[in-house]
Design a protein around this ligand. Sequence first.
Ligand SMILES: [Zn+2]
Length: 458
Amino acid sequence: MTTWLSDLAFIDGRFQTEVSLSADADGLIAAASPDAAPIRLNNRALLPGLVNAHSHAFQRVIRGRTEHRTQNEQDSFWTWREMMYSAATRLSPEDIYDASRMAFLEMVLSGITAVGEFHYLHRAPDGSEYADANLLAKEVIRAAIDVGLRIALLRVAYARSGFELEPNPQQVRFIETDPNTYLRRIDDLRSEYASLAGKVWIGAAPHSVRAVTLSYLKQVCAYAGEHGLPVHMHVAEQPAEVSACIQEYGRSPIALLDTEGLLNERFTAVHAIHVTPKAVRSFAESQAMVCACPSTERNLGDGVVPADLYFDEGVRISLGTDSQAQIDLLEDARELEYHLRLQRMERAVLSPEDDDSQAGLAARLFECATADGARSIGAPGGLLELGRPADFFTVDLNDPSIAGASEDDLLPAIVFGSAKSAVKDVVIGGKQVVSEGRHPDQEEIIARFVQLQGKLWA
Ligand SMILES: [Zn+2]
């Protein structure tokens, strides 16, 4: 058994002083034995690990390479997507491992302890099958295991470019036109990683209403229902996706999902930006969740997630780093609020009605980054309580970005102001993954990534 003792620990929704946390041999939080000599974490506050519910790890390779004008008319999500595809079409399996390990390293260094990886690269660059059709998914999983991060591999179903669209040659690596083939592969992955349950697990991810037909989507959702898997799907990220869906089905994407009975407590709609109040209510009634990715959504010019409407109806929101334009889940948490401030020219928009304490708003946003993320991807953590995994991170109370905070305003200081340099320890399943802000394999992971970038962009 290992016991840690920090100045402050965020347990039961508030910071408590001098509370120790113990992990048993399985890495689960256990009652401390009285004679345990604790590992003393001086000047540290301990918080439950962050859960990143939406990631495309390989997109780390295009960071900084898409921030310029490519068209005389107007750059948009769609022009960005072409640039992203040009990288996606060139990565070897080893490259995908190196890029994923880089993204996952940055995640753990920022306090993330579990990731939902929305994985859609399946085939070789020329569109042929690898001998093992799950090779690329396994490379991503290997990267997460090697870094020490929990991973929900959300295997993507992608069958077509879109309604009445010709196949796009840049998408050949994603395509699996037959739902039965897709389900067989997800089945193979599930049995392959069954022994690592809780560390590695598999979910279903029909990419979007444009990328799969309704009958394909229904088959995937039925399979997920049968096996209790999380289902993640990009929904209403762009107005063009909504109008194409109305053209094809006479309904918006969410109306389609709702009327076909596909929304439920295992369903997470990623983005869900361009929605009507009626759609928001259908999430509430079905207990489906939303995953917002504000740092990506602002980067891509997607629009603003109407988190106020979702919260008013009691819909839960998780957060994702998505395109990896930045990897800082607390930045996503604060942006969820800040985008609405700019839109409404108001402050404290998402403050809970029933909690006007200093920490009320920060606690709500922090819950999105922890417990609701865990709920969305089916991760075992998200809260520090007995029987849950010992997944946590600490912040240095003397870090310049949060120094001077009191017990009452520490959480708002962390959520609204902390820099990633404040994160010092990261423990996942009772195992120390980051110490003093460093990962033991950091140099090697970065060196490999620098090499990859040199090769890709020479
Ligand atoms: Zn995405």
